[in-house]
Design a protein. Structure first.
Length: 68
């Protein structure tokens, strides 16, 4: 499980945008997002770097990464 701290998410639209960005790189990824904490948890075969780049490209800022 890879966990990211993400800034800029404030609504369900943001949740959808981040989830779609991750699924573009791994359609089978399991994505859980907690808006209150800004935490995005992902189970994926992609690397943390690829997923971070996808979130960044969607317009959100990843401020921290944990897990592998």
């Amino acid at each position: 499980m890879i966990q990211f701290n993400v800034e800029g998410m404030s609504c369900q639209h943001c949740v959808g945008a981040v989830t779609r960005a991750i699924h573009e790189h791994d359609a089978a990824a399991k994505v859980e997002i907690d808006l209150a904490s800004g935490r995005v948890s992902v189970e994926s075969k992609q690397s943390a770097e690829v997923l971070k780049a996808a979130i960044d490209e969607a317009g959100y800022t990843v401020t921290g990464t944990a897990g592998a």
